[in-house]
Design a protein around this ligand. Structure first.
Ligand SMILES: [Zn+2]
Length: 134
């Protein structure tokens, strides 16, 4: 029975169980690109809380460095014209829109040092949701 429910990013390269040195079914793991908390993810976490009340002691949102989803959202914020690249893809746009809320908050004048940090942390590689050109 899981003692922790963890919301992690789908593009993280290390399995969550490995990070915490736990085996299968010792953690309740929900992974989605950019850690966005959509209805399905929230429902999954609520399921864990409702079905493991005796063992579940912890809810964790586990972020990671060089997140492709966050990087793309920051890129779109800094270059709004890039939004057109994802505008017609509802599933990708949904992820970006949810992350952009946090990016805009981070970019507010009272958080100016945060947006600088975000823009400097962008990776050089392609975002995870772009398919390689053929
Ligand atoms: Zn990520």
């Amino acid at each position: 029975m899981p003692f922790a429910a963890i919301l992690g990013c789908a593009d993280a390269r290390v399995p969550t169980e490995m990070i915490f040195a736990k085996g299968c079914n010792e953690l309740f793991v929900v992974r989605v690109a950019g850690n966005v908390l959509g209805r399905e993810c929230l429902g999954s976490l609520r399921y864990a809380v409702a079905h493991f009340p005796k063992t579940l002691k912890l809810l964790v949102v586990l972020a990671h460095a060089k997140c492709g989803a966050v990087t793309e959202a920051v890129d779109v914020y800094l270059q709004p014209g890039r939004y057109l690249e994802i505008a017609t893809d509802h599933s990708i746009r949904s992820i970006a829109d949810q992350i952009l809320v946090a990016v805009r908050v981070a970019a507010s004048p009272s958080n100016s040092s945060t947006v600088t940090r975000l823009s400097l942390s962008q990776t050089a590689g392609p975002p995870f949701w772009r398919l390689p050109s053929s």
